[in-house]
Design a protein around this ligand. Structure first.
Ligand code: BDR
Ligand code: CA
Length: 308
């Protein structure tokens, strides 16, 4: 079986951490590298969290530090991942270090070397991907598709209008959505249903490994933060959905749409405006996830967590 070559672009982040675990051991994926961006926390912290996760889980994947700031806007960080960006998990001393190359240059190098079969999976603000597209527009030839976690057709989570990853760098998102590349937007419309319910955490706990314990601890801390936002039955593990879709597209139902990112609005700044109406002058530029098979998602994740 030929593996799918992917670059996972992350800002860990509790759900990013689980996305790394899913991508890192799935036999269908060849993770060429993990690129890190500022988002859920400042870059120093998101980078350290990515290194910690890889070392803890024994994943020998190169990690690259990327952009520490959004393209234009002032920096915002998330409110649900805590001071470290991954509160609730202690890693101790970790030897793994980031590679010397900048994440943006790594993405460019990989895309230029690819035969058009590279898949980018960004699950944080889109700053690294936009920078790569700006710095070397020829990379589009090497990229098969972008499957991103971000945006929403319905209500946002960071503001009423905007989802966090898009709100954290709307101008970068605009560049990515207008790149002409095949794009799948895995937004809150489905990821808010990827809830780590108690019965899911029980199954993960039942695996009895140190990685499964770490996942459960981190999910419990993440859930405590979620409860400050409302009456959630568990935390939403957003980023896992994008990776899962690349592994098994039948997990999500998708629909073609024209998606534009609002970069001018006040109240609507960072909104992904999704238009499902077909119009010759405004062709679809993305497919948008509109449905999710939750059981399939958890079965997939647990089958991979079993490998640790
Ligand atoms: C997204 O924002 C972050 O908090 C999560 O890691 C996820 O990528 C959800 O809005
Ligand atoms: Ca994320």
């Amino acid at each position: 079986m030929e593996k799918i070559k992917v670059i996972l672009d992350v800002d860990p982040g509790h759900d990013d951490a689980v996305a790394i675990l899913l991508a890192g051991r799935h036999p269908k994926l060849e993770v060429r590298g993990i690129t890190v961006v500022a988002g859920n926390q400042v870059l120093d912290k998101t980078l350290q969290n990515a290194l910690n996760i890889c070392e803890y889980a024994g994943l020998d994947i190169p990690v690259y530090a990327g952009m520490s700031r959004p393209l234009l806007r002032e920096q915002v960080i998330s409110t649900v991942h805590g001071e470290s960006g991954l509160d609730g998990v202690e890693f101790g001393t970790v030897a793994k270090r980031a590679e010397d190359q900048h994440a943006v240059d790594f993405i460019i190098k990989e895309a230029l070397a690819s035969q058009g079969d590279l898949v980018l999976i960004p699950v944080g603000p889109l700053t690294n991907i936009a920078m790569a597209l700006l710095k070397e527009p020829r990379i589009t030839k090497g990229i098969k598709e972008i499957v991103l976690m971000g945006g929403a057709c319905g209500q946002g989570n960071y503001t009423a209008s905007a989802e966090f990853n898009i709100f954290a760098d709307p101008e970068a998102a605009h560049i990515v959505f207008s790149s002409g590349l095949p794009l799948t937007m895995v937004g809150l419309d489905v990821t808010n249903q990827a809830i780590a319910y108690p019965h899911v955490l029980d199954r993960i706990k039942g695996l009895g490994s140190r990685v499964s314990r770490m996942v459960v601890d981190s999910m419990q801390s993440y859930y405590a933060a979620y409860l400050t936002l409302g009456d959630w039955p568990g935390p939403a593990v957003h980023d896992v959905c994008a990776v899962a879709y690349v592994i098994d597209p039948s997990i999500l139902q998708v629909k073609k749409a024209r998606v534009d990112v609002e970069t001018n609005g006040g109240l609507t700044y960072g909104r992904t405006v999704c238009d499902f109406r077909a119009a010759p002058d405004r062709p679809a530029n993305a497919q948008v996830a509109v449905g999710i098979d939750q059981e399939k998602l958890w079965d997939l994740l647990i089958s991979v967590l079993e490998q640790y």
